[in-house]
Design a protein around this ligand. Structure first.
Ligand SMILES: Cc1cc2nc3c(=O)[nH]c(=O)nc-3n(C[C@H](O)[C@H](O)[C@H](O)COP(=O)(O)OP(=O)(O)OC[C@H]3O[C@@H](n4cnc5c(N)ncnc54)[C@H](O)[C@@H]3O)c2cc1C
Length: 379
């Protein structure tokens, strides 16, 4: 996909990064009437890095309460997007079932009413009930399960292209194959960027650079937040002969550190690896994969494949407290963070995009406690 070079040398907002975060922000800015925006992506297509490599799941259940609230706030957009936003449904509510062992299971069972109060519809399942849904699970391997029946598989391509299409329709420009190499600072404030396609002035420079967000922040002399890109591997393989997996939910087991879900007629599995590394075009980790398949052997022996179809990896980038970083930098005015989405940047993109647009347009948001996301918490 090629695009013409930027038409102007000045924009209100320049977004660095054409993944789901940058695309969502472009969309929500344009919806709010701010379309004087340029989105820049180094690769030749949007979504090439983390966005194109995810497990594509909405799972509102999260051990980090800020993340759970963000996901609950995002879910309505994914279930029922604005009229005309997408050509196909964004979410297939195939369900997400998480398996637990004691003592965690008893703790979670006791907390279930508070999840419900937060707007999350949950079913508590005994092991036999979980096995009734996914018959190949070993019933002795876990003590209970939480099923979120309304969550499931997100059509990431549809979401990403819809954000970009609507933003473009309102006048947002985008430019691929264009790397931001320098960030200009004038009088202590971000003033623009320099790319291989030339120099652009901007009132705001937004860091939506995923695994490279720390490096982009360093170009601006922004706060040195210790963002950690961590590799995660995914593999796909055929379902066992004669087993109908079409109605299975995604299954995740904290104790076995694996999750699997139906995907394109077969299964997708992740060994839930989390290896810190420098930002890069990540490649799958075969050692982590082999270990994950051994853990799967304990949980669901018949699922362990003889041959693999496809494997890939991507980087999930975490802030030190594992909560996204959204807001203006406290030491570099005009530099705006939209980073650190870790393992939930797809599912939280509607709410984080909307919050970021509020903060850029109005300097405040009613949607969420902006302080909880602000980069200033690391100052
Ligand atoms: C294996 C795996 C499973 C996951 N599963 C899920 C899931 O089930 N649900 C979920 O919600 N999330 C999931 N995630 C997380 C999700 O994919 C990320 O949180 C999200 O994609 C981050 O989006 P982003 O736009 O910030 O980053 P990216 O998609 O990485 O985009 C950042 C872009 O910035 C560009 N860039 C960087 N530096 C520059 C520069 N100097 N100039 C121009 N461009 C630049 C890069 O080329 C890149 O395209 C998963 C991630 C992985 C890897």
């Amino acid at each position: 996909m090629t695009h013409p070079p930027p038409t102007r040398s000045r924009y209100e907002v320049v977004i660095v990064g054409g993944g789901i975060a940058g695309a969502a922000l472009a969309y929500f800015l344009a919806e709010r009437g701010l379309a004087d925006v340029l989105l820049l992506e180094r690769e030749s297509q949007p979504g090439y890095h983390a966005t194109g490599r995810s497990a594509a799941t909405l799972n509102e259940l999260d051990a980090v309460s800020t993340l759970q609230r963000l996901k609950v706030l995002s879910a309505p957009f994914l279930r029922e997007p604005p009229a005309g936003f997408a050509d196909n449904p964004l979410l297939d509510p195939s369900g997400v079932m998480t398996l637990f062992r004691e003592p965690l299971w008893s703790t979670l069972r006791a907390e279930a009413p508070s999840f419900a109060a937060s707007g999350l519809r949950l079913e508590l399942l005994a092991p036999a009930e979980a096995v009734a849904r996914v018959p190949l699970l070993s019933v002795r391997e876990f003590d209970g399960a939480l099923l979120v029946p309304d969550d499931g598989h997100i059509d990431v391509h549809e979401l990403l292209t819809s954000y970009l299409r609507h933003a473009a329709r309102r006048g947002v420009e985008r430019c691929f194959d264009t790397e931001v190499r320098t960030i200009r600072v004038e009088g202590g404030r971000c003033a623009g960027i320099v790319t291989d396609a030339g120099e652009m002035h901007a009132r705001w420079v937004v860091d939506a650079a995923g695994a490279w967000a720390g490096r982009v922040a360093a170009l601006a002399g922004a706060l040195p937040i210790a963002l950690a890109p961590c590799r995660r591997t995914i593999v796909t393989f055929a379902a066992p002969a004669g087993v109908d997996i079409r109605d299975w939910p995604m299954v995740a087991s904290e104790a076995h550190r694996v999750y699997f879900a139906p995907e394109s007629g077969g299964l997708l599995l992740s060994p839930m690896d989390e290896t810190p590394m420098e930002p890069c075009d990540a490649r799958p980790d075969d050692v982590a994969l082999a270990a994950g398949l051994e853990r799967l052997r304990a949980l669901a022996p018949r699922l362990v494949p003889q041959t693999l179809r496809r494997k890939w990896a991507g980087l999930r980038t975490f802030a030190p407290d594992r909560v996204p970083v959204v807001g203006e930098d406290p030491q570099r005015p005009g530099f705006f963070w939209l980073a650190g989405q870790g393992g939930c940047g797809i599912e939280t993109s509607p709410i984080l995009g909307a919050i970021a647009a509020d903060l850029i347009v109005e300097g405040r948001t009613e949607r969420f406690d902006a302080k909880a996301l602000s980069p200033a918490r690391f100052a």
